[in-house]
Design a binder for this molecule. Sequence first.
Ligand code: GAL
Length: 316
Amino acid sequence: MKKILVLALVAVMMLGVFAVAQAEEPVKVGICIYQFNDNFMTLYREELQKYLEETYGAEVTVVDGKNDQNTQTDQVNSFIAEGVDVLIVNLVQATAASAVTALAQEAGIPIVYINREPSEEDMAAWEGMICYVGADARQSGSMQGQIVYELPDHGDINGNGTVDYVMIQGDMENVDAQYRTEYSIKYLTDNGVEVNKLFEQRGDWMQENGQQLAATALAQFGTEIDVIFCNNDAMALGAYQAITEAGRKMNEDIYLLGVDALDEAVDLIEKGEMTGTVLNDHIGQSHKAADVAIQVANGEPLDAYYWVDYQMITGE
Ligand code: GAL
């Protein structure tokens, strides 16, 4: 009897050792963000880390590129030296993709690019081992234009026959800034609306810059302005402050558009204090980026692109 018990105990112990040896090591993920000081990318990176840890038990490290490509390239090198299984990279400069891919390729570490889309050529450099996860910025631009077009006056709030607009742009390193600028207006002109650009400047996605640029435009053009388009909500929130300070009445004598659907912007829209925004789905994008990062870390090849849709948000 005693012998049987001892044998059983030994068997159980051996099974235990076997199970520990079999238990998978957590996937090590190195995440490079272009800069932590960005409202939208803060929501994105927090969700990305949480989802990777909770869903996959991954070992995640997130670093701040401080809006400097050299800093970020050093961080990529450190992750490679540490031997991460996969990198998720939000480039500072989209044009750095070829250099960053080359570093990772040499070490055999796959990359999921997010938020700042590299060129098609750069995305073809290492098939199955790199991909881009993002949203098509043309869509967000068109949606801003559509929100304005669907207003009863098609955006010509002062009724002078043209939509006189101000464009506050993001950092041109992100193709989102170029496409949103172009496609918001294209939607209007494609639908036969006459437009007139009064003012266009870069606010680099930052609320303070949005406020300052909108204040400058309002001082210069006053009631000539029908619409202020901002490439993102942070800048639109800044523009909102400037509009209020200038004593203008939102949706009565001026319209204001953003992109991202930050909570503060959605609150303003609900109160009729902002015209519209476009949901930049950080949950959908971060989950997709995490899913495909784990997939490639487990040896399954990647598609080149994974797209997540935008969605229009208006008072209705
Ligand atoms: C955009 C987003 C902006 C900013 C930018 C950073 O997609 O709308 O708010 O976060 O990415 O690259």
